[in-house]
Design a protein around this ligand. Sequence first.
Ligand code: SF4
Length: 258
Amino acid sequence: MLAMMTHTQKKVLRLSSSLPRLRRNNDRKTATLSTPDGKRPLIANTFGLPSGKSFSCPNATSVCEKVCYAGKLEKIFKGTRELLLANWDAVQNKSVKELQEMIQFMIDDFKWECNKYNAAKLFRIHWDGDFFSNDYTQAWRKVIEDNKDVQFWVYTRVPDAVKILTGIDNLSLYFSADDDNKHWAKRLKEDYNVKLAWLSSTFDEASSQVKALTGAPGAKCPEQTRQIPLISIDGGACYSCGLCTTNKTDIRFSISKK
Ligand code: SF4
């Protein structure tokens, strides 16, 4: 029903809704469109929640807690932290239906901007944070299924989220794995054939781990190896690269970038 309304009808509905508004983020790496100097994103195509076990990451591992890039940005940038905390407050104690409505409103705004700037409809769920409850994950599933004109992608350390989100055409789903949760990576690979985003100290270590489970090493993230820039006039690294956004292969990340 919501997905079939015009943008104006949805705006009217949102203005009359008592539900809080979710806010998107700009991210240089995920941007589909950049400023003419190629330095900043023009469209906010990602959404985040505060990270860590005290917030939205129930399955944070010791490895990811130590190196969490997004968590570090939260500490550095007060405005970013406030935006994430506002999103966090907004999603508390809501039903699946309410969460679905809130997420759909956010995606409507995103699509409206994409149409205005003639930009690709590519949306990264959770530049920071994770699926903190099954209700929240179910709400995302419904929104993704209702918006087939958007290609979504996400990495999660939550096994239940993989189970709930598996098998959606317009979602590229990755299980984020490392030494601490490799038992889950094995099970989810076997049961759901989910793609893996593996984090190790080095690319070689990650290669051994991925190969042990899949028979192939997976691809190194080319932004980490500096084969492609974080952002350029052609957009962010992920938009130019496309490996994760299209679910092409298992991916390796290295803490040392070596
Ligand atoms: S492999 Fe490509 S799509 Fe995936 S994180 Fe790296 S740059 Fe982005």
